[in-house]
Design a protein around this ligand. Structure first.
Ligand SMILES: Nc1ncnc2c1ncn2[C@@H]1O[C@H](COP(=O)(O)OP(=O)(O)OP(=O)(O)O)[C@@H](O)[C@H]1O
Length: 290
C-alpha cells in the first residue's frame, strides 16, 4: 500500500450499494386509484334511457358550484345533447394514503343510496366513473335548478320569508335523506341538520366568519339565535338539534320524523310553496355574482 503511485490512488474506487432502495423501486407496484365497483365505463340510467358512457364523452357546459373538491359542472353527453347532468369530480389518492378515497367512497355511497330511490324531490344518481387520466372519481347526478345555498341567499336578498317555515319543515322531513344506513355519527348529523336550518333561516352560516380556535371557544357557550319569523315548533326543533350535550339531541331520524312539525308536512307542496320557490329561483343571480 505504501508504494502505491498517485495514479493508483486516483483509480481507487469506493463502491456503495443500496440494495434495498434499488429493489423496492423496482418491486413497488404502480399506485392504484381504483374503487371497487367503479370503472372507466358505466351504464348511465337517464330517465329510462340506458347508455354506456365514459369521461371522454362528457362535455362541460357551465359551472354549477364549487365545493371542497373543486367545481361541480353541468355537462351533456357526446351525440346526446338532451342528456344534461351535474358531475362532481373527486381526486383519488393511491391506496396507501387513502384519506381522500374514504371521502370519495362515503360521498358515492350517500348519493347512490339517496339518489337511487326515484323520489320526485331528491336528486337522482345516474352513474359513477373513474377518470384514469386524472385519477378522479366522477359522480354523475341530476342537475338541480339551484343549490340550497344559492336559493336561500337569493331569498334573503329579496327579503321574502312568507314560506320560510314550510321550507324548513320540508328540509327536516326528508326520510330518503336519512336512509343512508350510516351506523354511526347520527347525533352529529342532528347537529349538522340544526346548523343547516339556522343557515337557511338567517341567511348565513352561524360560524362563517370564525377562525377555528374562536369556533372552539364559541361553540361551548353558543346559544343559537332563531329569528322570530320562525314558528315556535320549528324553533324548538332547531334548539333540540343544537343542544351542546349530544345526549339531549334527538337520538334517531325516526324521532324527528314523528314530531308533529315534521310529520304533518304534506307530500305535495302547496301552490303557495311552488309559487314562492319559483319566484325565488327567478331572482337567483348568475353564479359569479355571489
Ligand atoms: N346536483 C347538483 N346540481 C346543481 N348544483 C350542484 C349539484 N351538486 C352540487 N352543486 C353545486 O356545487 C356546489 C359544490 O358541491 P359539492 O357537493 O362539491 O360541495 P359540498 O356540498 O360543499 O360538499 P363537499 O364538502 O363534498 O365539497 C354546491 O354548493 C352547489 O352549489
Amino acid at each position: 500500500m505504501a508504494n502505491r503511485s498517485k495514479k493508483d490512488k486516483k483509480r481507487a474506487h469506493v463502491r456503495i450499494f443500496f440494495p434495498n432502495l434499488t429493489e423496492s423501486a423496482e418491486d413497488t407496484p404502480p399506485p392504484s386509484y381504483e374503487m371497487p365497483d367503479v370503472k372507466d365505463e358505466a351504464v348511465l340510467n337517464y330517465n329510462g334511457q340506458q347508455l354506456t358512457i365514459n369521461v371522454q364523452m362528457l362535455n362541460d357546459l357551465e359551472r354549477l358550484g364549487t365545493g371542497c373538491f373543486g367545481n361541480v359542472m353541468l355537462v351533456d353527453v357526446v351525440d346526446h345533447p338532451e342528456i344534461k347532468m351535474a358531475i362532481k369530480r373527486m381526486t383519488l389518492q393511491p391506496k396507501d394514503d387513502s384519506n381522500n378515497d374514504f371521502t370519495a367512497d362515503t360521498d358515492l355511497k350517500t348519493i347512490r343510496a339517496v339518489g337511487s330511490q326515484d323520489h320526485p324531490y331528491i336528486i337522482k344518481f345516474y352513474a359513477a366513473l373513474i377518470d384514469t387520466r386524472d385519477s378522479q372519481l366522477v359522480i354523475c347526478m341530476e342537475a338541480m335548478d339551484a343549490s340550497m345555498d344559492r336559493f336561500y341567499k337569493a331569498m334573503h336578498l329579496a327579503k321574502k320569508f312568507d314560506q320560510l317555515d314550510p321550507l324548513l319543515r320540508r328540509v327536516s322531513n326528508n326520510p330518503e335523506r336519512f336512509k343512508t344506513g350510516a351506523p354511526y355519527g347520527i347525533r352529529s348529523d342532528m347537529w349538522a341538520l340544526g346548523i343547516s336550518l339556522v343557515e337557511i333561516a338567517t341567511g348565513i352560516h352561524p360560524f362563517e366568519r370564525l377562525q377555528q380556535f374562536e369556533l372552539m371557544i364559541k361553540i361551548e357557550t353558543w346559544v343559537p339565535e332563531i329569528p322570530n319569523i320562525i314558528s315556535n315548533q320549528m324553533s324548538e326543533l332547531i334548539l333540540n338539534l343544537l343542544k351542546t350535550d349530544l345526549n339531549q339531541r334527538p337520538s334517531s331520524y325516526d324521532e324527528i320524523l314523528e314530531m308533529p312539525v315534521v310529520k304533518n308536512v304534506p307530500q305535495e307542496p302547496s301552490k303557495q310553496e311552488v309559487d314562492f320557490v319559483t319566484s325565488i329561483l327567478q331572482k337567483i343571480p348568475p353564479l359569479d355574482d355571489f
